[in-house]
Design a protein around this ligand. Structure first.
Ligand SMILES: [Ca+2]
Ligand SMILES: [Ca+2]
Ligand SMILES: [Ca+2]
Ligand SMILES: [Ca+2]
Length: 392
């Protein structure tokens, strides 16, 4: 195989079979991450080097979507506080689920069962179906179900809490409207990242507790329930997620049973920056890479091209190639390998050397590939007899 990239190399492999070449699946397919692969395969016969022939086939694989993802709510739970003068038709909260499939497999409708609340089937807006009257200090809980339209369909439920309080109770307030932080992807786990803080409203309740309720599907962050200190639980990876938008909830606990616990929520935006944590990889299905060149060719004759990929960005992934051999050289950026001298089959049927690909920032990660060049027998090039020509 040639002309591959990292995704293709991880996903497909070529195997020789009695009938020809079988392309086998070596990894997982997921329409939502890669929906098309394009690459080429070279077939080379086993004739003696001088007569060896090869052909290239271009392959495109379109990945079809199946309904393999559940809808996922943006928050693990929803909790709002509502003053008891809220009217019929007031918006309570908007819930939202995402689905990584496409088309009908990702087409979501919302449902809930409650006499007091209704939900818009596609927009997820929850409204009051009647006035709250004299109800106070009461917490309503119900589930919203998100269903996709795949066959068979998939669904996910999320719990919604609504605490109704009298006008004199005001939920706690975060001291900042939004929290932002920029950290490198190799930020250490367990180290404080930032601290969120909400202020108690006067005259109500005791302590404030903090929870992460959204934007953290892999549970990579944690917040101190009492301290509000945000730390990293699991390592980040810039190559997978460049920005995390967390939803942190502060709950002011009620002092007594008839005083409500009140929630408030805020966004914490963590932007991740790239560090050089991936080494280049050569796009070679086999090591060593075996190629060939005719003997008697002038210096500068093209032998082959190698290419390495690096998952990082910018200079962390800009690659230079190197090889150390008296008979060959490589273009440091293009990866083209050429001869530096005329080669002769009689001096050896093959030559081998190592090519190194190195990225451009510390700690300078690199990869090596072995290359074997078969020297094909050929007829010598015609030449002018230099000396006699000069003497005339
Ligand atoms: Ca789905
Ligand atoms: Ca990484
Ligand atoms: Ca790199
Ligand atoms: Ca990186």
């Amino acid at each position: 195989m040639e002309n591959m990239d990292l995704d293709t190399m991880d996903t497909f492999a070529a195997r020789r079979t009695p009938e020809g070449c079988a392309l086998v699946l070596a990894g997982y397919l997921d329409w939502s991450s890669v929906n098309k692969y394009s690459f080429s395969i070279r077939a080379t016969d086993r004739a003696e080097a001088a007569q060896r022939k090869s052909a290239i086939a271009f392959v495109t694989i379109h990945v079809q979507d199946t309904n393999n993802h559940d809808p996922a709510f943006l928050q693990s739970s929803y909790w709002v506080s509502l003053p008891n003068d809220a009217n019929m038709g007031s918006t309570v909260v908007t819930v939202k689920a995402r689905d990584l499939d496409k088309g009908e497999n990702a087409d979501i409708t919302y449902k809930l069962s409650s006499d007091l609340f209704s939900i818009h089937p596609t927009k997820g807006i929850i409204k009051l179906t009647q006035g709250l009257g004299s109800v106070t200090n009461k917490k309503y809980e119900f589930s919203v179900i998100a269903t996709d339209q795949g066959t068979p369909n998939r669904q996910t439920a999320v719990s919604v809490s609504v605490s109704v309080h009298s006008l004199s109770y005001i939920p706690p307030k975060f001291v900042r409207p939004v929290y932002r932080k920029v950290i490198p992807e190799n930020f250490k786990t367990g180290v404080a990242l930032l601290t969120v803080r909400a202020q108690k409203s006067l005259g109500l309740g005791s302590s404030i507790e903090y929870f992460i309720v959204g934007g953290d599907p892999l549970k990579q962050f944690s917040v101190g329930t009492r301290s509000g200190v945000l730390t990293l639980r699991k390592k980040l990876d810039y190559e997978r997620v460049k920005q995390h938008v967390l939803v942190v909830r502060a709950v002011q606990n009620g002092l007594s049973r008839d005083k409500p616990s009140l929630p408030t929520e805020i966004k914490v935006i963590v932007n991740v920056t790239d560090v050089n944590d991936n080494r280049p990889r050569f796009a070679l299905p086999v090591d060593p890479l075996v190629t060939s060149v005719d003997e008697f060719q002038p210096p500068g004759t093209l032998v082959t091209v190698v290419k390495a990929f690096d998952k990082d960005t910018h200079n962390h992934s800009s690659i230079t190639y190197r090889l150390e051999d008296d008979n060959f050289q490589i273009h440091s950026y293009l990866g083209t390998i050429t001869t530096t001298t005329e080669l002769y089959h009689s001096q050896g049927a093959s030559r081998s050397f190592v090519v190194t690909a190195t990225d451009s920032t510390p700690p300078y990660r690199s990869a090596k590939a072995n290359v074997v060049v078969m020297i094909n027998k050929a007829t010598p090039r015609p030449r002018f007899p230099m000396r006699s020509w000069l003497n005339t």
